[in-house]
Design a protein around this ligand. Sequence first.
Ligand code: GLA
Length: 520
Amino acid sequence: MPDIMQEPLTVFTQLPPTKPRLKHIVETFEQKYGSKPAYIARAPGRIASRIALRFAGLAKVSIIGEHIDYAGLSVMPAAIDRDVIQACLASPSKDGKSRVHISNVNDKFKPEDFDFQPGKEGPVLDSKHHSWVNYFKAGMKGALGHMSPDDSKTAIELHILVDGNVPPGGGLSSSAAMVVSSAIATLKAFGAVESTTQGQLATIAIDSERLVGVNSGGMDQSASIFSREGALLNIGFVPKLVATLVPIPTTKPAITYVIASSLVTSEKQVTAKYNYNLRVVEMRVVARILCSYLKLNIPMELPTLKHVMDAYFSSSAMHTSSEFLIERKRRLKIMLDIVEDVFGDKKDGCTWDEVYERLGGMNKDSFKQAFHADFEIEAEKLQLYKRAKHAYSEAARVYQYRSLLEQAGDNDPDLALKLGHLMDESQESCRDLFNCSCPEIDEICTIARKSGSLGSRLSGAGWGGCTVHLVLEDRQDELIQALQSEYYAKHYPKLSGEELQEAIFATKPEEGACLYDLAS
Ligand code: GLA
């Protein structure tokens, strides 16, 4: 397998006839700006549809490894066949000012013109003012910051047309495709695409998205860039970003993933304080308490659970196995025992006073300063035991999933069953320990399991949004029909045929981001 981190972005010089949207964006660009675009930046992205706002996190599908990327633990997603494309033309500036003219094929997203400083400064970005163009500015800023100031000192005028659907101030993962494609568009404008590795592009995109005020874990941007047809990705974050392709073995019937949206929206902006961001804080607190219990000295303000695990094993003289996956699973099992020792007496959560005491005597203010200085959270108790159990056990499932895929030969009769079992266990853990499922997701999983699914779980942040199901190809239609009649017809009887097709569909891992260079 090639080292995808070190490879440059894939560049095509022709538009594939199978993707009519590419031809369409070229024509619309010409009508709008009077010349043809020089290139198109593409990143797998969110569904462009009328009901896009109801979908959560469909830039990629997360197969297993939920809510552990921000704990630094490795995850397993893949990109799907939905993308954001940006047709671009860069020309020398006529008045010496660097300027962007950006519009969207969807009129809902208003066009904008803005000047920007060449060099590291880049465009001015006000994350409090929600605009879809912020995601472009974030990707541009990241890309400019990565280039040497010499590369980006020439003033240019950039015309851009975007086709995709990124809701303003949208959910946590919806922006990844927009940020990734914007970074590619900027790198190409300054001739720096070829000299940037995919690993560097992922780091740019992850850092850029944080500029828009999102505490993102890094899974979405990595999936959008590194994905390849027919393979899942295993992405690690600590001590550094590493992406490994794990091909799905051939089986007869073939392993397929069906995605089904619950059509329940979790208003992430509103719920973050007691859902997503609260989980981020709980994981930070667990890591801090484990550090003191294990007497680790990690020179970082906010170490993750993965830092804790790595520091503990590098400091202990325990026997280690040279086999990477076996060693990882062994370490995670030991970490789970430690979690029992440290938090097992408080399985129903710790009150604030108990939390402050375990942190060696904090109070409300010092706690805020240490763990969530720039955002708010709301909770009666912190569920430290449950979150820690979920995180380390989910990480173990990710490694088991990867081992199963790597060790199975083609046509392994038990592979799908074993993978599905891990997905079911993951759902149970998300529901009972991480509390990020919801009744509709549970209902979908129950229907799916009795209609051909071998493993069913939520995918993405949860509390609504999407589910993913592992099914053998010969039972895929039965599964889709069962969900249509038993879930969608019951809860959403007015859905049109088109909406239904976008709510539930079979997918296979697709190619990640790329560039279509039309000028060469
Ligand atoms: C969102 C975030 C990801 C990840 C998932 C949960 O999609 O953007 O980084 O944390 O939630 O696994």
